[in-house]
Design a protein around this ligand. Structure first.
Ligand code: SF4
Length: 96
């Protein structure tokens, strides 16, 4: 992925609340993937699964709609999208 396609939003998952249904991985497989523990994790821009709980990755701008829809549909309410600059959540359970 080219740098200019990366926006200034980032996304992380609270794995403690993830139900493992895989909706996010269906919506945006470039960003979300289920690991062998059955929980969803985010992926880096070079397609590497980030297996630390709460790991953060940038939201690719072309996939913003899919990522936001994932956050809205997430049954666990555990997908958090925030501005990279000030860490303010813009989509997800903690967004205003
Ligand atoms: S949509 Fe939410 S609950 Fe479902 S797998 Fe993804 S992060 Fe987990």
């Amino acid at each position: 992925m080219r740098n200019e396609e990366l926006g200034d939003l980032e996304v992380w998952i609270d794995q403690d609340l993830c139900t493992g249904d895989g909706i996010c991985a269906q919506y945006a497989p470039e960003v979300f993937e289920l690991d062998i523990d059955g929980l969803a994790y985010v992926k880096s821009a070079d397609d590497e699964l980030l297996q630390d709980k709460g790991a953060t990755t940038k939201v690719p701008l072309p996939l913003l709609t899919e990522v936001v829809d994932s956050a809205k549909e997430c049954p666990g309410d555990c997908i958090h999208v925030r501005r990279a600059a000030d860490q303010v959540e813009v989509y997800g359970p903690d967004a205003e």
